[in-house]
Design a protein around this ligand. Structure first.
Ligand code: NAD
Ligand code: 0WE
Length: 265
């Protein structure tokens, strides 16, 4: 069944075919949604255009979410192209690489500001800017990580940003509830995307994740895409302000430990 037939979705945060945004785009396309893409800047145009073409998407706009003018521009263009939209996906996060290693207390004032601006404030800024053109019954969705709730070594200022992003999700859900617009977040387990590349210790963390998680399975962008379809469809009509885990159950563990091996006879 096509769960998003007749709905228009704008997806922010597409960088390449490994992006979580791409997993969401493909799942939305399969479910009959009309799509629009926004990417961070001209440097990504070359990568994003072929992806858009492959799904027949013609709305492809550059938007640096740290710039109010850029956000105002996409809203104007979306209004022109679609009139109103039903779904907005925020799949954006950034901190300076040197903030993602060593003790958290070494976070610089500027590094803190930047991570909060791009990873947290942008979701609120997009909610405000698009609010006039989001249809009742619509949905906003962002991507978070459990490092916002529990300590994930080296995740540092991004963990603090995710905590604020999750709180923003609840406040936005309260604000937009009366308009029948829902706001949720997906908390994904580790996925090898551009944003995970070169992160110190990611490989070890990734291996341990699949060893300890109840389902013992890696997380794919397709897994996240499928849950995004549900959360943005009418199946989730009464769910708002929630953080939904797509993490093979990892977050339920109190003591992450390898399974006991069957003892040899
Ligand atoms: P990604 O690198 O593919 O996506 C991050 C996106 O943020 C990129 O498209 C990048 O261009 C965009 N971005 C950065 N600065 C921007 C700016 N100023 N303006 C506009 N866009 C900007 O990596 P991803 O893993 O798909 O990340 C998407 C989201 O998922 C992030 O919020 C990330 O924190 C979250 N997440 C990732 C994982 C993981 O393990 N990969 C797990 C849980 C949550
Ligand atoms: O949210 C993320 C990615 C966050 C991220 C990653 C980078 C690396 C490249 C934000 N900004 C940057 N800036 C860069 O220059 N994840 C959930 C993936 C991730 O990142 C980690 C993780 C995990 C998991 C960083 C440290 C420890 C664990």
């Amino acid at each position: 069944m096509k769960l998003l037939k007749g709905k228009t979705a704008l997806i922010f945060g597409l960088a390449n075919k490994r992006s979580i945004a791409w997993g969401i785009a493909q799942a939305f396309h399969q479910h009959g949604a009309q799509l629009g893409f926004s990417y961070a800047g001209e440097a990504l145009e070359r990568r994003v255009n072929p992806l858009a073409d492959s799904l027949g998407v013609t709305f492809v706009e550059s938007c640096d979410v740290s710039k109010d003018e850029d956000i105002a521009q996409v809203v104007a263009k979306a209004k022109e192209a679609f009139g109103e939209i039903d779904i907005l996906i925020h799949s954006i996060g950034f901190a300076n690489r040197d903030e993602l290693q060593g003790p958290y207390y070494n976070t610089s004032r500027e590094g803190f500001r930047l991570a909060m601006d791009i990873s947290v404030y942008s979701f609120t800024a997009l909610a405000k800017a698009f609010q006039p053109i989001i249809r009742p019954g619509g949905a906003l969705l962002t991507l978070t990580y459990n490092g916002g709730d529990k300590v994930a070594p080296n995740y540092n200022v991004m963990g603090v940003a995710k905590a604020a992003l999750e709180a923003s999700t609840r406040y936005l859900a309260y604000d937009l509830g009366p308009q029948n617009v829902r706001v949720n977040a997906i908390s994904a387990g580790p996925i090898r995307t551009l944003a995970a590349a070169g992160v110190s210790g990611f490989k070890t963390m990734y291996r341990q994740f699949t060893e300890f998680a109840p389902l013992q399975q890696e997380i794919s962008i397709e897994d996240v895409g499928n849950t995004a379809v549900y959360l943005c469809s009418d199946l989730a009509a009464k769910t708002t302000g929630e953080i939904v885990f797509v993490d093979s159950g990892y977050n339920i563990l109190g003591v992450p430990a390898p399974r006991e091996k069957e003892s040899e006879p």
